[in-house]
Design a protein around this ligand. Structure first.
Ligand code: 2AM
Length: 473
């Protein structure tokens, strides 16, 4: 009997996804470049299950029902191209290749063209939820051919996380739509992670809270308006003790953050499209800055701390922090959704942002109760440019701006860096500023480059002879 589905790449994500799909009643063939991993998987985790190991690609391809449905779970980059090149001669028209890795959307566009030219289908598909999600139900973000999606939908939708609003998997749009949405998902994730990290630093240094007290605070936030995966795991992280030293484990971890690139890609694409995502970019920058550990240690000896403010009104400051964190998290979603709206237009994805919010409600890293009002906002107005312009979110901004403002000024006064929180504040303050100082920028541009400017009192483009060129030369 032939298999319903194939998975190539048996690192943990690939193994877990294969087991998840099998658990839904499907037979799954598996292949890995290094055959010993396939063997080990088959002998251990896949024992007694409808998992068919293959040790050559020919064997793997022959084991699959047509049209073949093959999910690549290999390392993003050249490995994906290598696998496509190896598979194409073995596959037949109508077969479907699904790339479940974090591929750059431009690579996906190129691969879609290549695979479709060969008469096959290609679905660039974001998968979020980490190892746990892959096994128990991730958020799945597929893009590419609609027809191919409809063929694999019966498998993917039952494999995905399930919520009261349906499975966390839906067709997102043509070409690289799925990988683009996954990229922005990760950008938002970078922003929220950095906001939480700044809140931890602020609780430690400004409020003098020991880790168990922070843990209580974060757990309390997570039990209310900030209920979400990232706050949940943070509360758990803060509860762990290092076995070796007896200290809170988090305090024993080196402060140097790494990254694989999806946050950076989000910022790069946002710059290309002219959409501001300052909190996401601040998070990418913060990771980059953290990597200069030795230089930071040296600079810490040369550049003085400001005089530390009194530790008074701790309860008020903590309440302000909670409020500020909430609004900054909203700003991260607002920036990501704005970018998706613009990219949808630019790349022709025709995204349904209410559906994007819906499939992020379960399984994925940025799942949060906030996605309910976000889904509602885009259901009400599918073309909404920015969440902050929605009535519900404008009201939330009004309610929580004082807390964010107080937190950012307190952090600044204490010399505690809060790039994500302060960028979120500047972002929202910029949106609510009817007249920004861009008039002066235009005057400067016209001054040195004769770039012209528009006036507030008459239409058209104007230029001023700011300097006497003859005399300056
Ligand atoms: P491996 O076990 O043979 O290294 C994550 O690294 C997954 O991607 C692993 O399953 C790994 O296979 C696979 N992978 C990495 N580079 C690859 C390549 N060039 N071709 C095929 N698979 C690759």
């Amino acid at each position: 009997m032939q298999s319903d589905f194939g998975v190539i790449g048996l690192a943990v994500m690939g193994q877990n996804l294969a087991l998840n799909i099998e658990s839904k009643g499907f037979t799954v063939s598996v292949f890995n470049r290094t055959g010993s991993k396939t063997e080990e998987f088959y002998k251990r985790r896949a024992q007694g299950k409808r998992i068919v190991p293959a040790y050559t690609l020919e064997e793997f391809v022959a084991s699959l029902k047509r049209p073949r449905k093959i999910m690549l779970m290999v390392k993003a980059g050249p490995a994906v191209d290598a696998m496509i090149d190896a598979l194409l001669p073995l596959l037949e028209p109508g077969d479907i290749i699904i790339d479940g890795g974090n591929s750059h959307f431009a690579d996906t566009d190129r691969r879609v063209r290549k695979v479709e030219e060969a008469g096959l289908h290609y679905l660039g598909t974001g998968v979020s939820g980490g190892e746990y999600g892959a096994l128990h139900g991730p958020s799945i973000m597929p893009g590419g051919s609609r027809e191919a999606y409809d063929t694999v939908a019966p498998i993917l939708t039952v494999t995905a996380a399930q919520t009261k609003d349906g499975p966390c998997c839906t067709y997102l749009g043509p070409a690289s739509a799925g990988h683009y949405v996954k990229m922005v998902h990760n950008g938002i994730e970078y922003g929220i992670m950095q906001i939480i990290a700044e809140a931890y630093d602020y609780m430690k240094r400004r409020l003098g809270m020991p880790v168990p007290e922070m843990q209580e605070a974060v757990a309390e936030w997570n039990a209310a308006e900030l209920e979400s995966y990232l706050f949940e795991i943070t509360a758990d992280i803060l509860s762990r003790t290092d076995e070796k030293t007896g200290n809170p484990l988090v305090e024993m971890i080196l402060d140097r953050a790494e990254q694989k690139g999806t946050g950076k890609w989000t910022s790069q694409s946002a710059l290309d499209l002219g959409i501001p995502v300052p909190t996401i970019t601040a998070a990418v920058d913060a990771r980059a800055l953290s990597s200069f550990k030795d230089l930071r240690v040296a600079a810490a000896e040369r550049i003085r701390e400001p005089r530390q403010p009194e530790k008074e009104d701790k309860a008020g400051l903590l309440a302000a922090l909670r409020s500020g964190v909430y609004l900054a998290v909203i700003a991260s979603y607002a920036q990501g959704m704005h970018l998706l709206q613009a990219a949808s237009e630019e790349h022709g994805y025709n995204l349904n942002l209410a559906e994007v919010a819906r499939i992020w409600k379960g399984g994925c890293i940025i799942r949060s109760v906030l996605l309910d009002p976000i889904q509602e906002a885009y259901t009400k107005d599918p073309k909404l440019v920015n969440l902050l312009l929605d009535g519900t979110f404008a009201a939330l901004a009004n309610e929580h701006l004082p807390g964010l403002r107080r937190t950012v000024s307190e952090a600044a006064a204490a010399g505690i860096p809060a790039p994500a929180l302060s960028s979120a504040l500047a972002y929202i303050d910029s949106w609510r500023t009817a007249r920004l100082p861009a008039n002066l920028i235009q005057a400067q541009r016209d001054y040195f480059g004769a770039h012209t400017y528009e006036r507030i009192d008459e239409p058209g483009y104007h230029h001023t002879e700011w300097q006497d060129i003859q005399n300056v030369m």
